[in-house]
Design a binder for this molecule. Structure first.
Ligand SMILES: NC(=O)c1ccc[n+]([C@@H]2O[C@H](COP(=O)([O-])OP(=O)(O)OC[C@H]3O[C@@H](n4cnc5c(N)ncnc54)[C@H](O)[C@@H]3O)[C@@H](O)[C@H]2O)c1
Length: 328
C-alpha cells in the first residue's frame, strides 16, 4: 500500500506518519490487512525528526503547483491524507495565499486523484472553523456552515469538493472537521488558537506563557493522540458508511481556560500553573468568543471516532509524548 501525506512536515502530518509506520499493516474494513509499502510526505518545508524507515520518502514541493501534485500522486497511490494548509490567522492576513494553498491546493489533490481513475481514498483535514456566526452553546450534526474567516470558508469549500468528487466516484473521500488540537508541541504558530497550547506547553517546560483570554472562555479541543487515531480510523472506514455526506465533525471535549489552569495545577503543581501570565487581549478574546464552544458529535461517535476523556488526560499525554515524562 502506498500512502501520501500532504503537509507531511507539519505537526499532525509527522505524528500521523510515525503512527502509520509503527503499525503492522492497514486494515481497510471488510478487506484483509495490507502492508504499508511506501509512505510519501509532501511539503513546502523540510521535515525534521522523522523515523528512519526505508518505506518513507520525503518530497519537497508546493501544493499550489498542479504539475507537482500530479507527479506526486502516481498510479501506485492508494490513499492521500491532505493536510497541507495555511493556518487561520495566516490565511486571514494573506487572502491570496490562503486561496492558493487551502482551496486551489485541495483542487489539485482531488484532480490528481481523479486522473488516476482508481478512486483512491482521500482524507481531508477540515476544521470546526466552517461554523460561525450565531453559535449555539452546543453544536450538532445538522448545523449549517457559516464560516467567519477566509480559512473557514476555504475549508468549507474543500469539504464540498471532497463530497462532490466522492459522489462522482472520482475519489473515496472523507473530510474531518478538527477541533483545536491541544497540546501542539514546538513553538507558537500564527493560528489565533496558539495560546491554547502555549498555556500548557510552556509552563510544563519551565517557561512563562501569556494567556490573552479570560478564565471563563471555552474551547472545543482534541489531543494529538486522538486526532491521529481519528485520521487512521477515517482511512479504514468503508465509504458507504458516510452516506451522502462525506464530512464529519470529530468528537472533542469542551473546557474553559480556568479548567485548563486547574488541571495544570492538579497534574504538575500550583507553581507550574502560576507560570501562566494573564494579559487580556480584546482582539483575541473577540475571536475566541466566536468559536464553537461544544459539539454533540453523535454521528462521528456512532462511526467509532472518540475524544479524550478529560483535560488531565491530555496534559498527561503531552508529558509522556513530548517531555519524556518529566516536568520542569
Ligand atoms: N492543529 C489544529 O489545531 C487544527 C485544527 C483544525 C484543522 N487543522 C488542519 O489540520 C491540518 C494539519 O494541521 P497542522 O496543525 O499539522 O498544521 P501545520 O501548519 O503544522 O502543517 C501544515 C503543513 O502544510 C504545509 N504547507 C503549507 N503550504 C504548503 C504548500 N504550498 N505546499 C505544500 N505544503 C504546504 C506547511 O509547511 C506545514 O508543514 C491542516 O490542514 C489544518 O488546517 C488543524
Amino acid at each position: 500500500m502506498h500512502i501520501v501525506i500532504t503537509g507531511g512536515a507539519g505537526f499532525i502530518g509527522k505524528k500521523l506518519a510515525a503512527t502509520l509506520l509503527a503499525s503492522d499493516g492497514i486494515e481497510l474494513q471488510g478487506m484483509p490487512k495490507r502492508r504499508l509499502d511506501r509512505l510519501t510526505l509532501f511539503d513546502v518545508v523540510e521535515a525534521d525528526g522523522l523515523p528512519a524507515d526505508q518505506r518513507l520518502q520525503v518530497r519537497a514541493g508546493d501544493i499550489t503547483n498542479a504539475d507537482q501534485v500530479r507527479a506526486l500522486i502516481d498510479d501506485n497511490v492508494d490513499a492521500v491524507f491532505h493536510l497541507a494548509a495555511i493556518v487561520s490567522a495566516n490565511a486571514e492576513a494573506d487572502f491570496d495565499l490562503g486561496v492558493a494553498v487551502n482551496l486551489d491546493g485541495t483542487r489539485h489533490v482531488l484532480e490528481a486523484c481523479r486522473h488516476l481513475g482508481s478512486s483512491p481514498r482521500v482524507i481531508f483535514a477540515s476544521s470546526v472553523a466552517v461554523y460561525g456566526g450565531h453559535m449555539p452553546k452546543m453544536g450538532h450534526d445538522d448545523m449549517w456552515l457559516n464560516p467567519q474567516t477566509s480559512y473557514g470558508a476555504q475549508k468549507a469549500a474543500g469539504e464540498l469538493l471532497v463530497n462532490d468528487y466522492s459522489r462522482k466516484g472520482f475519489v473515496d473521500g472523507r473530510a474531518l472537521r478538527l477541533p483545536t488540537i491541544v497540546v501542539r508541541p514546538g513553538k507558537p504558530n500564527k493560528a489565533a488558537s496558539t495560546f491554547a497550547s502555549s498555556i500548557i506547553r510552556e509552563p510544563l517546560a519551565g517557561e512563562p506563557a501569556i494567556c490573552p483570554v479570560s478564565r471563563d472562555s471555552v474551547m472545543y479541543i482534541l489531543s494529538p493522540r486522538r486526532v491521529v487515531e481519528a485520521f487512521v480510523h477515517a482511512l479504514t472506514l468503508p465509504g458507504d458508511i458516510f452516506g451522502p455526506a462525506r464530512m464529519l465533525t470529530l468528537p472533542g471535549i469542551s473546557v474553559s481556560i480556568g479548567e485548563v489552569e486547574a488541571a495544570l495545577a492538579r497534574v504538575a503543581g500550583r507553581h507550574v500553573a502560576d507560570r501562566i501570565e494573564w494579559k487580556p487581549d480584546d482582539h483575541i478574546q473577540r475571536i475566541v468568543s466566536g468559536w464553537l464552544p461544544a459539539f454533540d458529535a453523535v454521528r462521528a461517535k456512532s462511526m467509532g471516532f472518540a475524544a479524550d476523556e478529560t483535560i488531565d488526560e491530555i496534559i498527561h499525554a503531552h508529558i509522556e509524548d513530548e517531555l519524556g515524562g518529566e516536568i520542569r
